[in-house]
Design a protein around this ligand. Structure first.
Ligand SMILES: [Zn+2]
Length: 312
């Protein structure tokens, strides 16, 4: 079976702790990927809200240098996917393949020219905000809106081929971004707000708007986003999100966005190898293999294939 996971914080945690990306203390363990026919992972550089301007740019620079060193150090155990040919190769390759991403549009330091620099560094997805406001837009715990700079930045991202990730935006900014963009946007790690009321989750309307555009939405494993009350999240509760979003027409939209190494995740799914149990839970609950494979891989694969082909 194949896995395509649209969000983790493993890169940022490992860099901070001075670990390699195959460190056994991580939730996302490189070795686990060997048990799958293909494993594509978006590795995000998470930039805290308070890191701004030139500091944000150099924060990214240090993490990018770390990522390049890790690619050299880990050799074939970590396969970098910056373009379409690499993605197509990753599709039939065991072990971990990685797409570089950034969580926090403050990476641009408020400078439009940085969008192309970030693209040239190999980044193919940027989450516009974290929980607070930044130069681009308003995060879910704050009251900002998409700014003039934010508009220019998303246009430049669309032009270059950096996926626009709307996870973490507040509701107003979410709709601002939709109005300012034409291409499919995606939510890398957000669940259904109808099932769990946390504001980090998407409303039904938001989910449908992403779907209409041809975007994708990754199921987040963070227990606070799975069930109200948080702790003790179960496969049944995770399936409730999938069931609800399928009723909204999510068959070609749903994907995975684990949030490994960035969230409290229950033991049932706190490592990649346990994804096999969750996959089995889908089958046991009447999801056909074709649908399960779409959610675990093909929907996200198709989105990034279109992005890297220049079709988005
Ligand atoms: Zn996040």
């Amino acid at each position: 079976m194949r896995v395509f996971d649209m969000h983790c914080d493993t890169l940022t945690v490992c860099k901070k702790k001075g670990w390699d990306l195959d460190n056994e203390n991580c939730q996302l363990r490189l070795g686990d990927a060997d048990g799958f026919d293909s494993y594509v992972q978006l590795y995000a550089v998470f930039i805290p809200d308070e890191v701004r301007g030139e500091r944000a740019q150099s924060f990214f620079g240090a993490h990018h240098a770390y990522y390049r060193r890790q690619l050299e150090h880990l050799g074939p155990r970590l396969y970098d996917v910056p373009d379409l040919a690499a993605l197509q190769k990753a599709r039939d390759r065991c072990g971990m393949s990685s797409i570089l991403a950034v969580e926090g549009g403050c990476v641009y330091g408020g400078e439009l020219g940085m969008v192309e620099q970030v693209y040239n560094a190999g980044v193919r997805s940027v989450t516009l905000t974290w929980n607070g406001n930044n130069e681009l837009a308003g995060g879910v715990m704050d009251d900002g809106r998409l700014t003039d700079f934010g508009k220019e930045a998303v246009h430049e991202m669309e032009r270059l081929g950096i996926a626009v990730d709307v996870s973490h935006l507040n509701d107003e900014s979410f709709y601002d971004v939709l109005a300012a963009t034409e291409k499919p946007v995606f939510a890398s790690h957000s669940n259904s707000r109808a099932v769990c009321s946390h504001p980090r989750n998407l409303t039904d309307d938001q989910f449908c708007r992403i779907a209409e555009r041809g975007g994708v939405v990754g199921l987040n494993f963070y227990n606070q986003f799975i069930a109200d009350g948080g702790e003790g999240a179960t496969f049944d509760q995770m399936l409730a999100h999938l069931d609800h979003l399928l009723q909204l027409g999510g068959e070609n939209v749903l994907a995975l966005g684990s949030d490994y190494d960035g969230a409290d995740i229950e033991e049932i799914i706190d490592r990649p190898r346990k994804l096999k149990n969750f996959y089995q839970a889908l089958l046991d609950n009447g999801f056909g293999r074709e649908l399960a494979d779409k959610i675990f891989y093909w929907n996200a694969y198709g989105y990034f294939e279109r992005l890297l082909a220049g079709e988005l």
